[in-house]
Design a binder for this molecule. Sequence first.
Ligand SMILES: Nc1ncnc2c1ncn2[C@@H]1O[C@H](COP(=O)(O)OP(=O)(O)OP(=O)(O)O)[C@@H](O)[C@H]1O
Ligand SMILES: Nc1ccn([C@H]2C[C@H](O)[C@@H](COP(=O)(O)O)O2)c(=O)n1
Length: 420
Amino acid sequence: MKVLALEYDLEPLYLCPKSLCAKENGLWEERHEENDNNLFESGCYALMVNGFSSNLYFAENVQENSHLQSALKSLPGCNFSIITTMSFTVDQSGNQTSYTEGFALLLNKDDDNKKIKENLIAHLDTNRVKFNISRIFNKGNTMWYKEYSDNDSLQQEIEVVAVKQPKCHPAYNKRETNSVYHDQARVQSVLDTFKSMNEVQELKEIYDGKMLNIKPLKRDHPIIVIEGLDATGKSTLTENLAKRLNGCARKSPQDCVLHLRKTFDSHFQLLRRAYYAIGNYAFAAQVLHDAQSGPVVCDRFWHSTAAYAIATDVKVGDETHLPPARHWVYSWPPDLLKPDIVILLTISDELRRCRLEGRNTEKTDEEIRMEKSRLFRQRIAEVYKRMDNPALVELDASGSAEELCNKAVELLSDKHIITI
Ligand SMILES: Nc1ncnc2c1ncn2[C@@H]1O[C@H](COP(=O)(O)OP(=O)(O)OP(=O)(O)O)[C@@H](O)[C@H]1O
Ligand SMILES: Nc1ccn([C@H]2C[C@H](O)[C@@H](COP(=O)(O)O)O2)c(=O)n1
């Protein structure tokens, strides 16, 4: 049985076969909200395209899907919206048994559906993109899901209904179907999948021999990490605090891989985060080395990588769509050097905006997206709050740079991380 989700901007709309909602099954709870009838009211219909194949690994599938996305964007005469979708199968007990991602073309009532489908198939064939097609449409007062086989003949037609979201976002049912990395072996394996790319080869060469394999991860001085949204004052505090503690300030990603950042930032999320994730292991080696001679203050580390990954994997909606608190995704990777404390800087959105504007540096794509998307920002902020083992310690960063540094020193002393 398949459950689908159409990822509308404000929240995903989960649709499941009506039979799974029957009272005797009770696996999925039907919901009756005004917006759920989006498809009915506008009379539009969704053409679903999915590039996933069961013969490929998740990493290969997301690459296929990114080719599919590019091809869809260049579809001639495309004047309808395209949104992302998720679909997954569930067994008789309602347990999720697979996870795939795709796209839905939201067609209008007056569109020539048949023609668009033919054009789409021809266009994707020309672009040599692999795909499966299905569609959702309304018949009277009911919603239907129709799947086609490879030769475009009908495979199955099922009545579907809008249901409440599952307890956990479907990408976080398994470790390998999302872009949060909890061990070095998985990052290496994803990078190996794409080793034919020049930038991946270069990244691997730079890091070759620079990874941490020292156990136990002991140090003589504390390792302090500063986290927070963009422009909350992390870099400023990192520098000031390091000076105050006679220690060393470090920023991740490291300088040696910064020239590759833009290229990786333009890739699909799984590969993009692999760049930051592998960087965290090399960063750990440097930080551990530094911590033998004095305190180290780090501007971002694993929590940044994970928070941005989760907030992006969960593509739409507010924080209620994130994996629930205490989910494994929020805990620190067991094979990565653990800091003594992670401080989360918080300021009001208004002040953060002022600081962003007062700064003259070029904005990254993610910064632009953060400014545009209130919900994305909300998701990142909440992920930071849900992190545990170690949990982040919040520090109000609204005062002057000097006041903030004093407060940080006080906090570190209260927590017995430093003695003053
Ligand atoms: N405590 C503070 N009071 C006033 N202005 C500050 C304070 N801390 C930093 N700023 C200013 O705010 C801007 C952003 O600060 P900073 O670069 O330290 O933030 P950041 O969190 O490291 O940003 P990013 O994550 O985008 O690199 C800078 O122009 C900086 O001078
Ligand atoms: N360890 C890290 C460091 C940074 N990132 C990502 C998160 C954002 O996409 C971006 C912000 O970087 P900044 O503007 O502060 O240089 O970099 C990460 O994922 N992991």
